[in-house]
Ligand binder design. Structure first.
Ligand code: GDP
Ligand code: MG
Length: 167
C-alpha cells in the first residue's frame, strides 16, 4: 500500500514539527517565527506493508498583498491535489479566522480530513477540551478529531495508524 498525505494549517501551528516527529528526523525547518516553511517539503516513511508520502506545506494566510504570501498559498493549495488524506493542524483551544480560511479550502478536497489539535501539552485544564471538540465537530464532517502534541509525541502513533488505514 502507498499513499499521499498533506499536512496543512495556518502558520505556526506545528505542521513541520509534526512531520519531523513522524519521520524521526529534522527534515522540515521548524521555528517560533511564522513562515519558515516556504515551499512544499516531501517526506517518505517506508514501513513493511505501507509507504506514506507526507507533504508539509507553507501555512496558508489571508494576506494576499505580498508576492511571497501568494506564492505560499499556491504551494499549500496545490499540495492538496491527488492526496489520499489531509491532516489539518490547529493550535489548541482557539479557532481563528485563518483556520476558517484553511477549512474553506479543504471543503473542496476530495479526500477525508483528519483534524489534529496540536500543542495539547500546553493545555493545563484538559476539561476545557470537551466543549471545544464539540464546537469543532460541528464545523465539518472530519474523519477524526485528534488532540496531539507534535513536540512530545502524544497520540502520534494513533494518528499514523489512522492515516495508514486510509491508504
Ligand atoms: P509550522 O509553521 O506549522 O510548520 O510550525 P512549526 O512546526 O515550525 O512550529 C511552530 C512553533 O511551535 C515552534 O516553536 C515549535 O517548537 C512549536 N511547537 C510545535 N508543536 C508543538 C507542540 O506539540 N507543543 C508545543 N508546546 N510547541 C510546539
Ligand atoms: Mg512549517
Amino acid at each position: 500500500r502507498c499513499g499521499y498525505v498533506a499536512i496543512v494549517g495556518r502558520p505556526n501551528v506545528g505542521k513541520s514539527t509534526l512531520l519531523n516527529h513522524i519521520l524521526g528526523q529534522k527534515l522540515s525547518i521548524t521555528s517560533r517565527r511564522p513562515q519558515t516553511t516556504r515551499h512544499q517539503v516531501l517526506g517518505i516513511k517506508t514501513e513493511e506493508s505501507v509507504q506514506t508520502i507526507y507533504v508539509d506545506t507553507p501555512g496558508m494566510h489571508k494576506e494576499q498583498k505580498k508576492a511571497i504570501n501568494r506564492y505560499m498559498n499556491r504551494a499549500a493549495t496545490s499540495a492538496l491535489t491527488g492526496v489520499d488524506a489531509i491532516v489539518f493542524v490547529v493550535d489548541r483551544l482557539k479557532w481563528t479566522h485563518e483556520d476558517q480560511l484553511v477549512l474553506d479550502k479543504l471543503k473542496h478536497a476530495p479526500c477525508p480530513v483528519i483534524l489534529a489539535i496540536n500543542k495539547v501539552d500546553r493545555i493545563e485544564d484538559k476539561a476545557k477540551m470537551m466543549p471545544y471538540l464539540q464546537e469543532l465537530a460541528e464545523k465539518y464532517d472530519f474523519k477524526a478529531i485528534m488532540p496531539i502534541s507534535a513536540q512530545q509525541g502524544n497520540n502520534l502513533k494513533e494518528l499514523e495508524t489512522m492515516i495508514e488505514g486510509m491508504m
